[in-house]
Design a protein around this ligand. Structure first.
Ligand code: ADP
Ligand code: MG
Length: 587
């Protein structure tokens, strides 16, 4: 078979360069990434063989093997999972599909150019680099794979420098094996001794203990045949050692406990372990902001382990963003991105739900209609919101991060999830005229309301600066009345549908008649206004006539103190910013 050479896609090449030059200081994570991929491949094989009898793959002994050769300085990671076709190898390994990549790489390059390694690491941590992280430790990576159900396999080899080769192979075992030729410059450094059983044990325990498949340490090629080996080892060697490699499977050591974290008692599991599970399922390299556990007993039993990430993914607002948590049935992985379990506005939540009473063959369509699943969906949404509520008092800085990263998404819930509207308003915070930097919660706003103030005032617009300069704010400023400054497009829509918080209605300072002040003040103002209305009747009539194509009405206002005039909408009209939004949406 001829060997073909391909070039990496530009983005992939840039990323590889950064891996080769190891801008990420914790190189050990390469093994976590390769094990994570192998585990996914085993999950996929088991699922596919459940659904497709004709696949003909053996799923009785699925596992991940690690085998080191200290002499040759290689480390092999092998799984007998789903494998990849030749086209998949080129597609999945040669390119980066993630849509946010270009922007990410630009930032990364800037940070790298500026010599800011901390910033670069932060970015890599947010993005995760998966398979490519092997180039942090290897100067050549060779991958041999055969997809279940296919006859021929594929070998992929690269040193990470611009090109890779692909070759069709006749006698590849099913699954994927990856051989890393470890960098010679790390040979003397015990910190990077990835051929030492001790080191491998330690990494697997730390990062991959919960993986539900056995991760086995296979003795290296020379081991057991070594003349210095202890006598009992040598005995074994005479029994099976005549045929090379046949005794490997008989003596592997399983490195992980394989226990599902969500099924273990809470006090037995360390925070770090939860975090590693989060990284495995989210492909994120940074710790989550919050871990949420939930156990439901009774007629419909399930366990949930949910995570709120510490940063929004690049594609959170893009069309194809996949929401939802992983679904397991009795410890068996069933599907990723199970959208029936999470509302759209909590689409950033990651995690695992393990249900006891579902069929292993359950489909997305069935899940959407299942009443028990709908109940679970509601319960999970409430639990996430109540966790955020608790975070507000227990960890205000975490909450601030949460709202900065996800507030815009959460507010979408105000448009559809009426059952949780109060809960969402309770965890929301907004920019305000009260403080330049600090956002305010509605509860804090209500606490600061002036005597006689009945409403929660707000002003919508495109940016903080544009709303701050709005003439609509003048009278409120003068009277020291706080106004919320709402500048996300979604704000325009929900303020119209959320009638009240704590019994106080939301009122736009840019719409309709606004009464400020106490009742005496109001009476006085009213009589003054009537008087003025008479005085100015002629002018107003003339203006209304001249402007009749553009405005409905011209009236005297008490809301301005220094600007001569301003445009207002009727209480039920759309605001100018919303007009823009609709226009942008093509309506
Ligand atoms: P991610 O896991 O985030 O998708 P990776 O770079 O780790 O990104 O892997 C890219 C893709 O390559 C995976 O999504 C998977 O489809 C494929 N892949 C990687 N390793 C394996 C493997 N051991 N077996 C089968 N497919 C694999
Ligand atoms: Mg991966």
């Amino acid at each position: 078979m001829p060997t073909e050479t391909f070039e990496f896609q530009v983005e992939a090449r840039q990323l590889l360069q950064m891996m080769i030059h190891s801008i990420y200081s914790n190189k050990d994570v390469f093994l976590r990434e390769l094990i994570s991929n192998a585990s996914d491949a085993l999950d996929k094989l088991r699922l596919e063989s459940l659904r497709d009898d004709a696949l003909g793959a053996d799923v009785s002994d699925l596992h991940i093997d690690l085998q080191a050769d200290p002499e040759a300085r290689t480390l092999t990671i092998r799984d007998n999972g789903i494998g990849m076709t030749r086209a998949e190898v080129i597609d999945l390994i040669g390119t980066i599909a993630n849509s946010g990549t270009a922007a990410f790489l630009r930032n990364l390059k800037d940070a790298g150019d500026a010599g800011d390694t901390a910033a670069a690491e932060g970015l890599i941590g947010q993005f995760g680099v998966g398979f490519y992280s092997s180039f942090m430790v290897a100067d050549e990576v060779s991958l041999l794979t055969r997809r279940a159900g296919e006859r021929q396999g594929t070998r992929w080899v690269s040193s990470g420098a611009g090109t890779y080769t692909v070759e069709t192979v006749d006698d590849a075992p099913q699954g994927t094996s990856i051989v890393l030729r470890l960098k010679p410059e790390d040979a003397e450094d015990r910190l990077y001794d990835y051929t030492s059983p001790w080191k491998l044990r330690e990494i697997v325990k730390r990062y991959s203990d919960f993986i539900t498949w056995p991760i086995r340490l296979i003795p290296g090629p020379g081991e057991g045949r070594d003349e210095n080996a202890p006598a009992d080892d040598a005995d074994e060697g005479t029994e099976a050692g005549t045929e090379e490699g046949t005794d490997d499977a008989a003596r592997p050591e399983t490195l992980n406990s394989m226990k599902a974290l969500w099924a273990r008692p809470r006090d037995e599991v360390g925070e770090e372990e939860y975090h590693e599970l989060y990284k495995h399922i989210s492909h994120d390299w940074s710790d989550p902001l919050e871990t949420i556990r939930l156990q439901a007993e009774g007629t419909f039993e399930y366990q949930a382990l949910l995570f709120i990430p510490s940063h929004a993914p690049q594609d959170l607002f893009l069309q194809g963003y996949k929401r939802g948590v992983q679904l397991y049935v009795k410890r068996v992985f069933i599907m990723d991105d199970c959208e029936a379990l999470m509302p759209q506005y909590l689409r950033f939540v990651k995690g695992v739900v393990d249900a006891q009473d579902l069929s292993l063959n359950v489909s997305r369509e069935i899940l959407q209609q299942d009443r028990q699943i709908q109940l679970m969906h509601r319960r999970l949404a409430k639990k996430v919101l109540s966790t955020v509520k608790d975070m507000m008092t227990a960890h205000p800085e975490r909450y601030a991060t949460f709202w900065r990263e996800f507030g815009r998404v959460v507010k979408e819930g105000l448009l559809g999830d009426f059952e949780n509207r109060d809960a969402i308003l309770a965890v929301a915070s907004f920019a305000t005229t009260h403080a330049q930097e600090e956002p305010t919660t509605l509860a804090q706003y209500v606490e600061r309301m002036k005597d006689g103030q009945e409403h929660i005032y707000y002003l919508t617009g495109e940016s903080r600066q544009s709303v701050e300069n709005s003439p609509h704010l003048e009278a409120f400023r003068d009277r020291g009345i706080e106004v919320l400054l709402l500048t996300d497009p979604v704000d325009e829509v929900w303020v119209d549908t959320a009638p009240a918080f704590d019994g106080k209605q939301f009122r736009s300072v840019a719409k309709g008649e606004i009464d400020l002040g106490t009742s005496e003040e109001k009476e006085q103002a009213e009589s003054e206004r009537e008087q003025q209305q008479e005085e100015f009747a002629k002018v107003l009539g003339w203006m209304a006539e001249r402007l009749s194509d553009h405005v409905k009405e011209v009236r005297l206002s008490s809301r301005l103190t220094s600007s001569p005039a301003c445009l207002v909408s009727d209480t039920h009209d759309v605001t100018p910013a919303l007009e823009n939004l609709y226009r942008a949406m093509g309506q």
